[in-house]
Design a binder for this molecule. Structure first.
Ligand code: G3H
Ligand code: ZN
Length: 284
């Protein structure tokens, strides 16, 4: 069933695991992630960046496709369809109006007061419609679609507390050293700040840039209040690697299904691995 992230993340925080947000790009991505979640009896969050929504033809296409797949595939685990890194109130509103059950307003690059103001507007609109809201503080490094950073800024715990209190967000993504895309060397996550922020704010925390974080660090993050982990690049790598393999082996192939289906299976296997690593299997 399509639900918001609120209950799934509060349950995860209480029981000590994390729910994966897996970003989608198209039909096959969505099929692979839904199938993995159902097989593992796990709640799941489908992340949709503004760029991916554009690619798929708009927010309405995304929700219509997702709803139809949930029905046709007999998906019974909780599924949230979530706008990833929403750039403005208007974008969040458009996603909500199209049927998204969750949004992220990423006003982290704005001055603090502006972040509070924009986030508050989104929370008022979203909560009136049963939609959950994620906000961000600090700067996640690297690049994802339209979201580009030229450095990493750690979130300030006191600002986190103030943002949560003043806006009423359901979940917070404090940037603490994580990076979108592959890491150069070992990630340096601020685990002490993570613990402090979760204790202060009492909301489930989100870890962006889940690709390439060693299992040991994932476990440390979950133990310190991280209840949602975003993964995008790793599925892109799995899919593309598989498709390359198939195409390299067979120079004659032209039916797209002959290479897309193995790619889809590779995504599913990656997602199952992450679900088990995050401990959300059998938590639906
Ligand atoms: O918002 C999505 C993510 O934070 C994904 O990051 O591509 O490094 O896995 P990633
Ligand atoms: Zn992100």
């Amino acid at each position: 069933a399509l639900v918001s992230m609120k209950d799934m993340l509060n349950k995860a925080l209480k029981e000590g695991y994390a729910v994966g947000q897996f970003n989608i790009n198209n039909l096959e991505w969505t099929q692979a992630i839904l199938a993995a979640a159902q097989e593992e009896n796990s709640p799941v969050i489908l992340g949709v960046s503004e760029g991916a929504a554009r690619h798929m033809g708009g927010f309405k296409v995304v929700t219509a496709m997702t709803k139809a797949l949930i029905e046709e595939m007999n998906i019974t685990v909780p599924v949230a369809i979530h706008l990833d890194h929403g750039s403005s109130f208007d974008k969040c509103k458009a996603a909500i109006d199209a049927g998204f059950t969750s949004v992220m307003i990423d006003a982290s690059h704005h001055p603090f007061e502006e972040n509070v103001e924009e986030t508050t507007k989104v929370v008022e609109y979203a909560h009136a419609r049963g939609v959950s809201v994620e906000a961000e503080l600090g700067t996640v490094g690297g690049q994802e679609d339209d979201v580009v950073a030229d450095g990493v800024i750690y979130a300030d715990p006191q600002e986190c507390l103030e943002l949560v209190k003043r806006t009423g967000i359901d979940t917070l993504a404090p940037a603490l050293g994580s990076v979108h895309g592959p890491y150069k060397g070992e990630p340096k996550l601020g685990f002490d700040e993570m613990e402090e922020i979760c204790k202060l704010t009492n909301v489930p925390l989100v870890l962006h840039g889940g690709t390439g974080i060693p299992t040991e660090h994932i476990q440390k993050a979950i133990a310190r209040g991280t209840s949602k982990i975003n993964v995008n690049t790793e599925n892109q790598i799995s899919f593309t690697k598989k498709v390359r393999e198939v195409l390299a082996k067979d120079q004659e192939v032209y039916d797209p299904r002959k290479y897309i289906v193995p790619g889809r299976d590779a995504i599913k296997a990656t997602v199952i691995g992450k679900i088990r690593e995050f401990g959300s299997n059998n938590k639906a």
